[in-house]
Write a protein of this length. Sequence first.
Length: 341
Amino acid sequence: MVSPSLVSPSLVSPSLNSRPAQVQLYDLHPPLDDFRAEVLQGLRQPQKMIPPKFLYDKRGAALFDLICTLEEYYLTRTEMGILQTHAAEMANLIGDSVLMEFGSGSSQKIRILLDALSANPLASDPVYVGIDISKQHLLEACDRLTQDYPGLTAIALCADYTQPLELSAIEGMGDRHKVAFFPGSSIGNLEPAEAVQFLQQVAAALQPEGALLIGVDLKKSKTILEPAYDDALGLSAAFALNVLTRMNRELGTNFVVQNFGYEAIYNPMGRIEMYLISLQDQTVHFGEEEIAFTPGERIRTEYSYKYDVEEFWAIAASAGFQTKQVWTDPNQLFSLHYLHL
Ligand SMILES: C[S@@+](CC[C@H](N)C(=O)[O-])C[C@H]1O[C@@H](n2cnc3c(N)ncnc32)[C@H](O)[C@@H]1O
């Protein structure tokens, strides 16, 4: 288990140093060696894969934000619609808690909850912990939050949330009840057994009596699902291919990005599968190693599991959570679940 240590707020990125730093950074960013080792291990498998957490360098995070604005990508606007419709009810459930967002990205959705929480004049000033692997993006998002919500204490925890986190070293969380927020259906990027394990880790972080508000994409027609992950503008493809550019820059590989394509297909077992596809016979140098690709060979970059409400309840229950409330949109595209221990 890794314990976060505080990096002085004055070490917050240069662009943020021009004004008084508001954000406390706890930096547990995985070292470059982990990136190298995990990617190499994935590329040595018979079904080559790259873990999706590596898709979010600065450009990847910016591309993801653009994807969220696309017509085909119904997930973001639908989840935000549910949050807006039920924000007051959610704020009542959350009460006077520390909000911890896993995979916080641009921290847009939390604003809906912060606005609803601020409607209670008796509530204490909110404390927000953003947890994300993309450090610069995380810092900038937390910094913008502190500008827009003057009473807010924002803590940026740069870490891989699939690893167990010991949060007791984080200053400022006090004894307050904790509520985790995990939007975006990022739970779907994990295999069901990994999702249970992840939720067990979240439960451990929330002890003794916290809660989890989690966004889960629902099963639906592949005519809606596939374009959401392979849009007409090609942003989803650019987002996935960007990991090759990142590896060339940070790991010294020599992928020729134009020699790879992209596809997203719905597997009726209940998941979207995203792949980079080798367009020709080619060999890529990875340190001492050579990785060979045949024409049409695929590298898996992401799964995105879709769950019916009851299927997700079973996963949550296996991790020790009970359902307090579930909200969906009128078209039954997306669900938000409030779970407690
Ligand atoms: C799909 S985006 C979702 C962003 C935002 N929560 C939303 O709902 O729009 C996933 C976010 O989780 C972060 N992320 C992905 N895998 C992660 C991991 N293993 N540990 C920490 N952050 C991760 C990415 O950097 C990215 O910001």
